[in-house]
Design a protein around this ligand. Structure first.
Ligand SMILES: Cc1ncc(COP(=O)(O)O)c(C=O)c1O
Length: 412
């Protein structure tokens, strides 16, 4: 029985009175309303959201275009089974395939999912079917994050997350991030695919270099393995291009998507070049909610709106503004990442978790992605004033942490 108690969103009751399984720890705050970059909790306190549901609401909370599309669709048709087609999902599939064709230079096909983990699950099954018997290994990087279903967790390069669930499914190998030689030793004749994030998100906001991604492409070509890129966090403009791999001018065979794709509607996709997708036959894969009308209405509205505002350009521009604003902030040693997917590296001795807690108190939502890095992934629609306000709050909190560190150092 869980005995965790304290000040959390469910009051002071023990955590076993919480209606949710205890996988996220006691939630701190209960949010009931959002608009753009702003959120309000049940006490009416306002927050600036520089986490955006972890890179999900790229067009801001309650985006009116997406909200209207969802409301209209809800009155017309929510769902039909995949024995039948619906025009909304068909339109969304064409839109995503068009974006992917522009980015990769290849025609392709998609399978709609309900989450990022399911997008990777689909990609892993496709790689196994495409590779054939004896050629089923998926190679990924240490520090990567690919999801929480058993196969996507097995692909995730974080052994501590595997431990409680051993034995993990077999057929997964992990190599040091950014190390092409390590990858060359791991990608042998048994490799069906390499699965890689263009910017590791959960792993600390680490951007892959052009040489790394181009080297992976070459290696996959040499051994006949698929290059699969996990764009679940980086996709849909977040990094300053529609997809993160475009920064390296490479063309992957399979791309997995989710998060920002429906601006908060739970929807994702696995895209593959048509000749790769052809490995799947009827009955090989499926999902009740794949391409449901209500979710794909959100996809259509999100993509249309992102195109209208040129989301990749905005992310690039506002990301630059954010990086520039950090030049004078005490306690910051580096700002890494791409576009509006940034990791703020703190000076030695500063505790990102404590900084996160203090910022939350001040009404700014970020996240401590590792003990010394704060991740910023605000809505792409974030305004100049909101960036200035957030950086001022971070500067204040860091200043007090640096002052405390100095006085503690002086007292030793
Ligand atoms: C790169 C990446 N892949 C996969 C996932 C899993 O997505 P989901 O939580 O929607 O299953 C995430 C989630 O954070 C992610 O960042």
């Amino acid at each position: 029985m869980s005995t965790v108690s304290g000040s959390h969103a469910f009051g002071h009751a023990p955590m076993d009175h919480c209606p949710f399984m205890p996988v996220f720890g006691p939630p701190d705050i209960m949010f009931e309303r959002g608009l753009g970059t702003e959120l309000w909790d049940t006490d009416g306190k306002r927050y600036l959201d520089f986490l955006a549901g972890i890179a999900v609401v790229s067009l801001g909370h309650s985006n009116p275009v997406v909200a209207e599309a969802i409301a209209d669709q809800a009155e017309r048709l929510l769902h039909v089974s995949n024995f039948f087609a619906n025009p909304v999902a068909t339109e969304a599939a064409v839109k995503v395939n068009d974006l992917m064709r522009d980015a990769t230079g290849h025609a392709g096909q998609i399978f709609f999912t309900n989450s990022g983990a399911e997008s990777n699950e689909c990609a892993i099954k496709l790689a196994r079917k495409h590779g054939g018997r004896g050629r089923h290994t998926v190679v990924s990087a240490l520090g990567s994050f690919h999801g929480r279903t058993l196969a996507s967790l097995a692909a995730t390069g974080q052994p501590s997350k595997h431990e409680p669930f051993q034995p993990m499914p077999e057929g997964f190998r992990h190599v040091a991030w950014g190390d092409l030689d390590a990858l060359r030793s791991a990608v042998d004749g048994s490799a069906a695919a390499v699965l890689i994030e263009p910017v590791q998100g959960e792993g600390g906001v680490n951007a892959a270099t052009t040489e790394y991604l181009q080297g992976i492409r070459q290696l996959c070509d040499d051994v006949g393995a698929l290059m699969m890129v996990d764009e679940i966090q980086t996709g849909f403009g977040r990094t300053g291009r529609w997809f993160g791999f475009e920064h390296a001018d490479v063309s992957p065979d399979v791309v997995t998507l989710a998060k920002a794709m429906g601006n908060g509607m739970p929807v994702g996709a696995c895209w593959a070049r048509t000749d790769v997708a052809a490995a799947f036959e009827p009955g090989d894969h499926g999902s009740t909610f794949s391409g449901t009308a209500i979710a794909t209405a959100a996809v259509n509205a999100t993509i249309d709106e992102m195109q209208r505002i040129d989301a990749p350009h905005l992310a690039e521009q506002q990301g630059r503004r954010l990086v520039d604003a950090f030049r004078e902030v005490p306690g910051v040693v580096d700002v890494r990442g791409r576009g509006l997917m940034l990791g703020v590296a703190l000076a030695e001795g500063l505790d990102a978790r404590q900084v996160y807690t203090d910022l939350l108190e001040q009404g700014l939502i970020v996240n401590a992605v590792d003990p010394s890095t704060i991740r910023l992934v605000p809505p792409i629609t974030v305004t100049d004033d909101e960036i200035d306000e957030a950086v001022a709050l971070i500067a204040d909190v860091l200043e007090s942490h640096v002052a405390l560190q100095t006085s503690e150092g002086g007292n030793q």
